[in-house]
Design a protein around this ligand. Structure first.
Ligand code: NAI
Length: 476
């Protein structure tokens, strides 16, 4: 028996390949479970592109904005032509800054561990995924890694709010601040600032390499993990592997008051249309969505029915069984009204994914007065394909401090036995405590250096409260 509940409309994007088959499975299970959700179907992906010339029509994006919640099947990215991934476009245009991927062991899904129960909260917008890349010289290509204070505040506040709302006890910040002292240093510093507002939740941190080792040895140690985008991307697939692979891995992309839930796997063109797809990942994403919407009762029953079907041994081919998609769906439906397994208590509202009364709410942004920054100097990146670039050792009051190649100081002092490439970073600074460097002085350096070598780009060296806001070269 279902509990009466006001009806909700959710945008459903079936997507490509196996997408329509697994979306049909979810619709069937929702209808049988009397979930008070009406799906409004919208197009995106390759088939949509072939029909309309767009992989993500404006009407689809508008529907997500209007309904505030969407469930998305996998979409195929058209090859060639520089098409942007539909997922990335949705995340960026709707500022869905948190990618939330729960990994919990499932019954009868054979893996090395049977006690995994963790949630990955991955920052979803920034890091190297800003996609700002440039060739600097014939030998050197660069990708900008952007980590921002507002981005860190948003993801860490979300992680703690979610942990609190679903009764989790510990949040671990994952980083590499021993190497990327400024960017990951900021991610960790803001984590500690935010953690101070959540004394009820244990906060600690771990280096990404150590995390990977520990995850494949003792994954049960971890509770909620919060990571920058790239580390989070990799670690979340690793965690999917711990509980049975991409076929069972759900995920949600969450912003302030808006969310898109999707299976982690792709459109699986190799099995599309063959009634072989495993709908579990999309079904668990739909369960995650129900928790998010506060429809815990339905979430608990559907999730329990799924687990019961698995306990009964109904498995699709990817999990070593022989059930077809439709059979699997029927087995879940058959488990729905009764047969709630004894461990249903594990799935008490909000205990697994979040949602319900304790739906994470973004805390108001802290009032911040940014201290002014002064320019202490400039790094100019100079092309030279043979030797150390011969550039002036002083321009006006700015002195040349060092030249580095691939981050390693190569001047002054003996040339290290490093493989040299055709781009050198050359640092000019004004004396400590002297007035800030002006744009006119930087232009003088550009002109002076440009007379002898081509330069690729410049980075101003900023100081705040006397502290250098830039990295040194190795060996400096
Ligand atoms: P894929 O995840 O589609 O397939 C990899 C392997 O896993 C295949 O052997 C496939 O049969 C199997 N598989 C995946 N999901 C399954 C399921 N639910 N049940 C049973 N078996 C399943 O990855 P692939 O082949 O690299 O990508 C295919 C297309 O999907 C590409 O165009 C890619 O761009 C797109 N893609 C879309 C994603 C999304 O929309 N979220 C995510 C990843 C890829």
């Amino acid at each position: 028996m279902s509990v009466p509940h006001p009806r909700h409309t959710v945008a459903l994007i079936p997507g490509d390949g196996i997408g329509p088959e697994i979306a049909a499975s979810i619709k069937e299970i929702f209808a049988a479970a009397h979930v008070p959700v009406d799906f409004e179907e919208h197009d995106a992906g390759l088939a949509c592109y072939e029909r309309t010339g767009s992989t993500l029509p404006a009407t689809t994006l508008e529907a997500i904005k209007n309904h505030r919640v969407a469930l998305k099947g996998p979409t195929t990215t058209p090859l060639g032509g520089g098409h942007k991934s539909v997922n990335v476009t949705i995340r960026k245009s709707l500022e869905l800054y948190a990618n939330v991927r729960p990994s919990k062991s499932l019954p009868s899904v054979k893996t090395r561990f049977d006690n995994v129960d963790l949630i990955i909260v991955r920052e979803n917008i920034e890091d190297t995924y800003a996609g700002i890349e440039h060739w600097q010289s014939p030998e050197v290509c660069q990708c900008l890694r952007l980590i921002t204070r507002p981005g860190c505040e948003a993801i860490h506040r979300y992680a703690f709010e979610m942990a609190r709302s679903v009764g989790r006890k510990r949040v671990t910040c994952v980083h590499k601040s021993n190497i990327m002292k400024l960017t990951d240093g900021l991610f960790l510093d803001v984590f500690r600032e935010v953690a101070a507002h959540y004394p009820d939740i244990q906060a600690d941190d771990i280096l990404i390499d150590n995390l990977c080792m520990q995850l494949v040895v003792r994954p049960e140690k971890f509770d909620v993990l919060v990571l920058p985008n790239l580390f989070g991307d990799i670690a979340s697939d690793l965690c999917a592997g711990l509980v049975g692979g991409l076929g069972v891995a759900p995920g949600g992309n969450i912003g302030d008051g808006i969310a898109v839930f999707e299976a982690v796997h792709g459109s699986a063109p190799d099995i599309a249309g063959k009634d072989m797809a495993n709908p579990t990942a999309l079904l668990l994403s739909a369960v995650q969505m129900l928790y998010y919407m506060g429809l815990n009762y339905h979430a608990v029953h559907i999730e329990s029915a799924l687990r019961y079907a698995l306990i009964e041994g109904v498995r699709t081919a990817d999990l070593g069984g022989n059930a077809r998609t439709r059979e699997f769906t029927k087995a879940v439906v058959a488990s729905l009204p009764k047969n709630v397994p004894e461990d249903a208590a594990d799935f008490a509202p909000g205990s697994l994914y979040g949602g319900g009364e304790g739906k994470p709410k973004p805390a108001p942004a802290p009032a911040r007065v940014n201290e002014p920054m002064t320019v202490r100097g400039v790094d100019i990146f100079v092309q030279s394909d043979k030797d150390l670039p011969k550039i002036p050792e002083a321009v006006g009051r700015l002195k040349l401090d060092f030249k580095s190649n691939r981050g390693q100081k190569v001047w002054p002092g003996p040339l290290p036995s490093a493989r040299l490439v055709d781009l050198y970073r050359c640092r000019y600074t004004a004396p400590a405590g002297s007035p800030g460097v002006t744009d006119a002085e930087i232009a003088e350096i550009q002109t002076a250096v440009g007379k002898v070598h081509a330069w690729s780009h410049l980075e101003k060296l900023l100081e705040q409260g006397g502290k250098a806001m830039y990295s040194k070269a190795h060996g400096d």
